[in-house]
Design a protein around this ligand. Sequence first.
Ligand code: G3P
Length: 222
Amino acid sequence: MITVKFFLDTANLDEIKKAFELGILDGVTTNPALLSKQSGSYKEGVQSIVALTGGAIVFAEVLATEPEGMIREAKEIAAWGPNMVIKLPMTPAGIQACASLTKEGISCAVTLIYSEPQAVVAAKAGAKYIAPFVARANEVGVDGIETISKIAQTFQSHAIQTEILAASVRNGHDAAKALRCGATSVTLPYGVLMGMMKNPVTDMTLNSFLDLWNSKSASGVF
Ligand code: G3P
């Protein structure tokens, strides 16, 4: 069975509802920027996603920037759903909170990863996931896919179990490349996920096959 996880990178309930109908998603990743586009409080936004996805993995990020505040928020967020993952920023405070929360059995994802050293530190802190950003890295002249490849090699050398969750993925080719280069999961905006299934030649071929059958007979399969 395929172990790669697909997450939807959005806080938009309509997108989540439609995408989950595909039956291939493992969960939803959010961040403060995505939740800021929705109405209601932060907690309402996350809890609506939990309610809509019933039992799926839901990532929600802390807003505090100091370890004590992060830990306090993380414990609260962890109780918002059956399968919450706490996103912590890749800062010394985030790492401290990750190490502490992991020891208490709370699943953490260290986000905003742009380099191999950051990934190694986050793994050492016990992160269940690290989220290297692809497009935002490319925008500042760092090859996001190459960074994932290096991280994957290091994790493989030491049998590190931390999952590499490719984030800031803006097209299907980057998602596929990230997986080829060692990402274990991807998080995809709705449009990117839908775009990954599209190819004009698929549509052309399908139409030509159906046209041929329909020109022979108006009857269906039965
Ligand atoms: O999961 C992080 C992701 O949402 C960032 O994506 O497109 O804002 O770079 P983007």
